[in-house]
Ligand binder design. Sequence first.
Ligand code: UT7
Length: 337
Amino acid sequence: MTSSAVGFLGMGYYVPEKVLTNFDLEKMMDTSDEWIVTRTGIRQRHIAAPDQATSDLALIAAKRALEDAGLTAEDIDLIVVATESPDMKFPSVACILQDKLGASHAAAFDLAAGCSGFIYGCGIASQTIASGLYRHVLVVGAETLSRILNWHDRSTCIIFGDGAGAAVLGPVEPGYGILAVDLGAKGAGGPFLTLPAGGSRLPASHETVDAGDHYLHMNGSEVFKFAVKVVGTSTLKVLKKAGLGKADIDLLVPHQANMRIIASAAKRLNLPMEKIMVNLDKYANTSAASVPIALCEARDQGRVHKNDRIVMVGFGAGLTYGSLVVKWQRDEEAKHE
Ligand code: UT7
């Protein structure tokens, strides 16, 4: 059966138990809670246990999303995992997840679009459903960034955290679901956010390890400038594609990277903070997992209702950006945490 309307049938997220606060970081390096809160808005992050890899986090989030959708793993036709911190180079996290879930009918692949990965995944996956190729697609954003951070580099390690968020996409009633998608990239900015070693350009060696090139490197201020620009422009573009304006946004779910980036988007889009989901204070920047975790948590807090127009927007390594606008089709009940 072909359906052109595709929406979110179920969602779930998971963050590891261990919490690392800014005060814990103060004991590990030359930083302060005051600096981190003022410059980013982050107060703590969750860190995976030593025996947890990205697919383990993804598995819990995926099971929760399937349960929420009232579907089983056997109903899934395609699994897309957005991640920059896979269990290993290959096989993909999506294939590991396919096996762990028992999603025996599903095709599976990973997608590398940095922190925009979940939005890229939903945008592309929704087209495979709209075209009639697949009926149910599981899109997961999952990261164990703590494993690729240099814990001696205070300019990067303080902003990231671990976690996973998942959504099951499928056909919805006409008029609902994903109304428009805007995806883009600026590859010239790639060097601003990179993990240099371990690929074909710079294979892993004692030298690359000694130089710390197996860790994430970032030019924070360049990524910041890019983010401030694209969050506004991509959101306005996706709204226009959907035939909507700024005033039609019921909830903005931005990538949770920095409170100052979110505040500048609020200003540009004329949005009061009540219409913006923010949870970076608790989880920090979980890269590809940040948007689905924030969306799930907004729903659990009773901030997502049937007929709401929700805009998700992200940016990240690549450099990439992406946004999508959804008209929510489900009656949601707040879960009190
Ligand atoms: O998901 C996409 C990935 N990335 C992002 O979204 C990141 C976007 N960028 C940012 O969020 C910000 O650029 C950061 C939070 C990473 C950095 O904030 P900033 O305001 O751009 O700081 P800065 O790098 O310009 O550094 C300002 C000062 C420097 O000291 P001096 O040279 O002025 O004396 C840094 O050494 O702050 C210092 N600094 C710190 N001080 C205490 C940098 N990191 C820290 C720290 N604690 N953790």
